[in-house]
Design a protein around this ligand. Structure first.
Ligand code: Z5A
Length: 210
């Protein structure tokens, strides 16, 4: 049986991932192949519990390594119990964030060695790799302004502008290094244009793998 396609959606805070995922789902519905939508950190009962631990604001300082390891603990559970089983059954999987977020947030934002993240990545992902990563890109100030309308900030959302600038730069560097996998979407465009760009990226992907 043909394996399902793995699509991930990435971007800084307030980039519009939730809206983008609806467009991805709309495009996949037209293909007649089943798909599931998941998210990171989270996506399984255990991983959602770890998500809560990760994002809860707390007085205790959370070490960068602890944060990274918990992200990969979630990822391992999601891959083994949700993503790989679905892909093997020919079901497409769409994930709201995946491993690029660890390279961007913990690598770029927290300055953890990329070699160390790569090691962990190889151990947890083995050969799993998205066929397409949509990177919703926009200036940090715009993203944070959009996100601020939501009210209470979680632990990572409370980070500084400089932190999110480093995250954005890391995402763009990864995209530049893997142009075949990444499609950069200009997330400053109005929602209808963003939707159109996403539909077009999914159409191209489906053609490539059909
Ligand atoms: N994290 C990490 O550090 N390491 C990892 O390995 C992983 C994650 C996997 C939780 O992720 C946190 O985990 C996240 C990264 C970290 N921390 N931060 N920051 P999350 O994805 O669950 O949380 P999030 O980044 O806070 O998601 P978000 O802010 O909800 O992003 P969004 O989904 O991109 O935002 P949105 O809700 O779709 O859109 C925001 C607003 O903009 C909303 O009012 C929309 O109506 C509006 N919007 C959307 N599109 C447009 C356009 N085109 N124009 C104008 N307005 C728009």
């Amino acid at each position: 049986m043909k394996k399902g396609l793995f699509i991930t959606v990435e971007g800084i805070e307030g980039a519009g991932k939730s809206t983008a995922i609806q467009s991805v789902s709309e495009a996949l519905n037209k293909t007649g192949t089943e798909h599931i939508i998941t998210r990171e950190p989270g996506g399984t009962p255990l991983a959602e519990d770890i998500r809560h631990l990760l994002l809860k604001p707390r007085d205790e300082e959370v070490s960068s390594d602890t944060e990274l390891l918990l992200m990969y603990a979630c990822r391992s559970q999601l891959i083994n119990t949700v993503i790989n089983p679905a892909l093997s059954r020919g079901i497409h999987v769409v994930s709201d964030r995946f491993n690029d977020a660890s390279f961007a947030y913990q690598g770029g934002g927290r300055d953890i060695s990329l070699d160390f993240i790569k090691l962990l990545d190889k151990w947890v992902l083995h050969d799993l790799k998205p066929q397409l990563t949509l990177l919703l890109d926009l200036p940090v100030e715009i993203g944070l302004t959009r996100a601020s309308k939501r009210g209470n900030k979680d632990r990572i959302e409370q980070e500084t502008l400089v932190f999110f600038e480093k995250v954005r730069t890391s995402y763009l560097e990864r995209a530049a290094n893997e142009p075949d996998r990444f499609v950069i979407i200009d997330a400053t465009e109005p929602p209808q244009k963003v939707r159109k760009d996403i539909l077009s990226a999914i159409e191209t992907l489906i053609k490539k793998y059909s």
